[in-house]
Design a protein around this ligand. Structure first.
Ligand SMILES: NC(=O)c1ccc[n+]([C@@H]2O[C@H](COP(=O)([O-])OP(=O)(O)OC[C@H]3O[C@@H](n4cnc5c(N)ncnc54)[C@H](OP(=O)(O)O)[C@@H]3O)[C@@H](O)[C@H]2O)c1
Length: 315
């Protein structure tokens, strides 16, 4: 099935990293009937506001990229905010979408839903087979509930909601606030600022040996649209590159791209976290999709965007 270019498509969270890339991708493909609302217009934690939106606008398709998202520090400090807001947003959106007759909904989960010590690479069936990483447990539990919510609506009501589990995402529009950001944008900013300040070293937490997977946000958006078109299964599906990189290699790549000439040093007193986090993407590959943007090109694009958007560092 290919969505008609005049289909009415609601992108929830269109101002965020992932939502804005989905909008870019849909616009580039000629979709011209997109529905977006800022948080000031519709707070998605407000059930009545969400119901009113769906009743009035009657979208046919929904990408749910709205969520409360953040790095380790904020997840640890504000677990109540993370579990409450995410439970509310996803419940309101999925329920209102079903009741308003939406034809299909794409729910964005996260690879944090998998057990901390899951065998690598992580297959979809490892969901709920072991304890979660404690630092973002509240967020992950909300996202697991989102998956189960979509699967329950499919089972009980026949609602076509599909659930995607993306790996770590980066790219233009990322959050570069050092208090709240993820590892790649945080290290990119640190290398940039060390270059500007002629600082002799950039300190990276831990040994640099943990391995992580990174997917460029426009590739994720492409996968979201591809799966909206062709994937109608209730089972969750991983979205990633299927390739990983050590934090040390990532730091050196960021150093090269930003043109920083000082040293990268590793603070061994800080914890390393899970040694490896890599998704098994064979289910995704079987649908005919593969990522396009290699890590260096993606980081180069991201750095260009960072330089052109200085306000991204303060928000
Ligand atoms: N970033 C990653 O590495 C990553 C990895 C895997 C999965 N994902 C998933 O992808 C989805 C999007 O993440 P992202 O990185 O794009 O996050 P993001 O940049 O923080 O964007 C989230 C969006 O949701 C909106 N939002 C949050 N609370 C809202 C509310 N109460 N009412 C209305 N809108 C609200 C935000 O609006 P404001 O701008 O007003 O806050 C923002 O536009 C999430 O489900 C996340 O789990 C992300």
């Amino acid at each position: 099935m290919q969505l008609a270019t005049d289909a009415k498509i609601y992108v929830a969270g269109h101002g965020g990293l992932v939502g804005s890339a989905i909008v870019r991708r849909l616009q580039a493909a000629g979709y011209r009937n997109l529905l977006t609302r800022s948080r000031a217009e519709v707070d998605l934690t407000d059930r009545d506001a969400v119901d009113d939106l769906f009743r009035a606008e009657k979208p046919e398709y929904v990408f749910d990229a709205a969520a409360k998202v953040g790095g380790i520090q904020v997840n640890e400090r504000y677990p109540a905010d993370f579990i409450r807001d995410n439970l509310l947003i996803q419940t309101n959106v999925v329920d209102a979408a079903y009741r308003a007759g939406v034809k299909k909904l794409v729910f964005l989960g996260t690879s944090c839903i998998y057990p901390k010590l899951a065998p690598q690479p992580v297959k979809e069936e490892y969901l709920l087979t072991g304890p979660l990483e404690p630092t973002n447990e509240a967020y992950a539990i909300a996202k697991v509930s989102g998956i189960k919510l979509c699967q329950a609506y499919r089972k009980q009501f026949g609602f076509n909601a599909i659930t995607l589990m993306p790996t770590n995402i980066y790219g233009p529009g990322d959050n570069f606030n050092l208090e709240t950001s993820h590892v790649l944008p945080a290290l990119l900013r640190k290398c940039h600022e060390a270059k500007i300040g002629a600082s002799p070293r950039v300190i990276v937490w831990g040994s640099g040996s943990p391995r992580r997977e990174f997917l460029y946000v426009d590739d994720l958006a492409d996968a979201c649209v591809h799966l909206m078109d062709c994937y109608d299964d209730g089972q969750i599906i991983n979205v990633g590159t299927g390739e990983d990189v050590s934090i040390a290699d990532l730091a050196h790549l960021l150093k090269e791209v930003t043109g920083y000439r000082g040293d990268i040093e590793f603070d061994l007193s800080k914890p390393d976290g899970t040694p490896r986090k890599l998704l098994d993407v064979s289910r995704l590959t079987a649908t005919g999709w593969h990522y396009r943007t290699d890590l260096r090109s993606g980081i180069e694009n991201t750095y260009r965007w960072f330089l052109d958007n200085p306000e991204s560092r303060r928000t």
